[in-house]
Design a protein around this ligand. Structure first.
Ligand code: PLP
Length: 434
């Protein structure tokens, strides 16, 4: 029972430093958030000790009386949070995270080498949507085991090119189309994607990982009216523990019983014992997601994201799609003459954390031409529109420093050697914001 601080001071100290970093910096990574103490309490509880392979009421281990009830509570709350009836929808809350959730759906619904279409990684899609590198390397298991063809944005508008997707789908004949993205600032037209999927006899899966909190609060379109399967991570805008979740129609779709196929793909197909601490923590997060405060929080996330987008536009920045409908913004820095990697590094030195991101037209994912900026984490800390305007001004300052340094250090330069440029003198308002 000796506290960690005394048993392992080295590890304890690193955790304290990370805590301080999270608290004192400005967290703008679109896929991150700050969970509640309740979520952290359950995540660090005795639930981590238990093995419970199987589903509630049908386990391969004894001693699951309470674990069964916790998993059932989590399932009920998952359906409740997205206003789904248990007559129409079922849910598996065991995926260990978002990537395993997606792979479980592919394993359940597809045969090896079946075809899938997902949004290209360079245009905002995720690795698990079938990514193949520009030189043809299949670096995701989803492209190793399945044949994939990406769909793209219309580069002139920054919006998904649904017409081209429809034309390509008619030629490629995918068995599954994936709606969803990691860096798409606009709402998705699920009815249109359903119509395209139906026209070629494909399953339609939505991966709402980024926007699931916004979907729960009803501030962006819901995929549930149009998709056969919906997956999500639970730690982004939903503000739960790190985990994954799969919702499936309680139907036979294209000859497949989705419930049976998906549940058995998760276990025994891909996983062993579920992580009960995650499932318990998710149950708590999903209770919070049904409170009026959660809806207000998500509305504020979108207002903040729009306020930051509008300020950056006023400052002359080129935003992919011209703005945002959701929690994130994608800034194309090509016209500023600097890449996203430099800007990420400079802002990191000022404790402002965001990530470099590919934007349409990029050649390299290592030195991409843009940055992705998200509002969920700082909105959890209570930031409102005027704070986000200040944040936009600080990002602008970071970009200008990066442009200036690029002129002095062509090539990659040793950016960390320029720490002197990003002290609180260059970012005086950071202390006020903290
Ligand atoms: N799907 C999307 C759209 C994502 O953005 C991510 C992660 O960023 C994932 C899936 C994968 O989630 P995880 O990192 O939990 O495996």
């Amino acid at each position: 029972n000796t506290p960690l601080e005394h048993q392992d001071p080295a590890l304890f100290d690193l955790i304290q430093r990370e805590k301080l970093r999270q608290r004192s910096g400005l967290e703008l990574i679109a896929s991150e958030n700050f969970t509640s103490h309740g979520v952290q309490e359950v995540n660090g509880s005795c639930l981590t000790n238990k093995y419970s392979e199987g589903l509630p009421g049908a386990r391969y281990y004894g001693g699951n009386e309470y674990i069964d009830q916790i998993e059932q509570l989590c399932q009920q709350r998952a359906l409740g949070a997205f206003r789904l009836s248990d007559a129409d929808w079922g849910v598996n809350v065991q995926p260990l995270s978002g990537s395993p959730a997606n792979f479980a759906v592919y394993t359940a619904l597809l045969q090896p080498h079946d075809r899938v279409m997902g949004l290209a990684l360079a245009h905002g899609g995720h690795l698990t949507h079938g990514h193949v590198t520009p030189s043809g390397v299949r670096i995701s298991a989803t492209s190793v085991y399945f044949e994939s063809m990406p769909y793209y944005l219309d580069e002139s508008t920054g919006l998904i090119n649904y017409d081209q997707l429809e034309r390509d789908a008619k030629l490629f004949r995918p068995k599954m189309i994936i709606a969803g993205a990691s860096a798409y600032p606009r709402d998705i037209d699920y009815p249109r994607m359903r119509q395209i999927a139906d026209s070629v006899g494909a399953f339609l899966m939505a991966d709402m990982a980024h926007v699931s909190g916004l979907v729960a609060a009803g501030v962006v379109s819901s995929p549930f009216d149009h998709c056969d399967v919906v997956t999500s991570t639970t730690h982004k805008s939903l503000r739960g523990p790190r985990a994954g979740i799969i919702f499936y129609k309680k139907d036979t779709v294209r000859g497949l019983d989705l419930e049976k196929s998906i549940n058995s793909a998760v276990f025994p197909g891909l996983q062993g014992g579920p992580h009960n601490h995650q499932i318990g923590a998710l149950a708590f997060a999903l209770k919070q997601a049904q409170l009026p405060e959660f809806k207000s929080y998500q509305e504020q996330v979108v207002r903040n994201s729009r306020a930051m987008a509008s300020r950056l536009s006023d400052l002359g920045y080129d935003l992919v799609s011209g703005g945002t409908d959701n929690h994130l913004i994608l800034v194309d820095l090509k016209s500023n003459g600097v890449d996203g990697a430099r800007v990420e590094t400079i802002l990191d030195l000022a404790s402002i954390t965001l990530n470099k991101n590919s934007v349409p037209g990029d050649r390299s994912a290592i030195v991409p031409g843009g940055i992705r900026i998200g509002a969920p984490a700082l909105t959890t800390r209570g930031f409102v529109e005027e704070d986000f305007v200040k944040v936009a001004d600080m990002i602008d300052r970071g970009v200008k420093i990066a442009v200036d340094l690029k002129a002095r250090t062509p090539g990659d330069g040793k950016l960390r050697a320029f720490k002197a440029f990003v002290t609180s003198e260059s970012f005086p308002e950071i202390d006020e914001l903290r």
